[in-house]
Ligand binder design. Structure first.
Ligand SMILES: [Zn+2]
Length: 321
């Protein structure tokens, strides 16, 4: 029989290029981890039904191995790139799988693996993980950004994730930073994500007609080697991030901002332009008040947020923060 102390959650962070899994105990310690290089972008379904079957197949097969070797997992939490209807686990839509709409992901996955499953937007869970176990431990409020394939955002107000009236708050990646700028997958133009995400940075670098870069790390390495185009693109990504953060701070008056995700590997190129443009764009009483933090948890923010969601909600059909 499992005592409450050794009950663990299985946390999933479903990213643009891979799925990361971790077994997490009640104290937030990761006791096992695994990575699957299957990604949602491989789903080329032409109908809702096909997409539903495929997403469930990908998630259940990635979960099966780890469940087989860890008998003390009693609940699953999933951070997923998409819009969720409040706390219901219903995926309203996902940029990765456009034909999948209003899909009860938590319920279907729970049926497939015979365990309670809680699902929420990946950036919201990254914010929760950073708030509880990282930079936010001593704070009341935290604005968190994730810089990966896209740019996500999450907000913790008075210790609780703020989801918005329909569950779609803090889509900072779709803040307009360049009027009539680059076309974005959301249908808009000039969105932060098209300049400051890994995919945006690579696309901008390739567009200059210089050597190819297959990922953002290549652009970072070129910048380190003195490639001035790579350096300029990273610098501009930082400026646009600072600009979008300043707009969010003017709305929220939140004084702590943390950033996680793969692109924080290029922090040496990003941090100064972010700080400079952030302070330039703030109103005078807020200048110098906002503290910018690189995540203390690295890539684990989303996994830990998913674990918190799962451990704190257990068998509830609809979760609460
Ligand atoms: Zn957009």
């Amino acid at each position: 029989m499992n005592s409450p102390e050794n009950i663990c959650a299985l946390a999933l962070d479903v990213g643009g290029t891979n799925i990361r899994l971790a077994v997490v105990d009640q104290s937030g310690h990761i006791i096992a981890r695994q990575q699957c290089n299957t990604s949602l972008s491989h789903i080329h379904a032409s109908s809702d039904d096909q997409a539903e079957t495929e997403i469930l197949r990908i998630l259940t097969s990635s979960i099966a191995d780890i469940l087989a070797s860890h008998s003390h997992i009693h609940v699953i939490g999933v951070g997923f790139p998409g819009f969720f209807r409040q706390e219901t686990g219903i995926l309203v839509s996902s940029p990765n799988i456009p034909c999948l709409l209003d899909f009860p992901l938590a319920e279907r996955l729970s049926d497939a693996v015979s365990l309670p499953v809680h699902v929420q937007n990946d950036a919201t869970l990254a914010a929760l993980g950073e708030f509880r176990f990282g930079i936010g431990r001593e704070l009341k409020n935290l604005l968190h950004l994730t810089l990966g394939t896209g740019v996500g955002g999450g907000l913790i107000l008075n210790g609780i994730p703020y989801l918005g009236e329909n569950g779609m708050a803090v889509e900072i990646g779709h803040s307009c930073v360049v009027p009539n700028g680059r076309a974005c997958g959301c249908g808009g133009s000039g969105c932060l994500e098209t300049y400051a995400s890994a995919s945006g940075i690579v696309a901008r670098y390739i567009e200059t007609g210089h050597q190819d870069a297959s990922n953002a790390e290549d652009v970072y390495r070129k910048a380190l080697d003195g490639d001035m185009v790579a350096e300029r693109i990273l610098h501009e990504a930082g400026i646009y991030l600072g600009q979008a953060i300043a707009e969010a701070v003017k709305l929220l008056d939140v004084h702590n901002v943390s950033i996680s995700g793969g692109l924080t590997g290029a922090w040496s190129f990003l941090s100064e332009p972010i700080r400079t443009s952030l302070n330039e764009k703030l109103i005078p009483p807020l200048k110098g008040k906002v503290r910018l933090h690189r995540s203390r948890l690295g890539d684990d923010t989303g996994l830990l947020g998913a674990a918190i969601l799962a451990l704190e909600n257990g068998f509830r059909p609809v979760y609460v923060f």
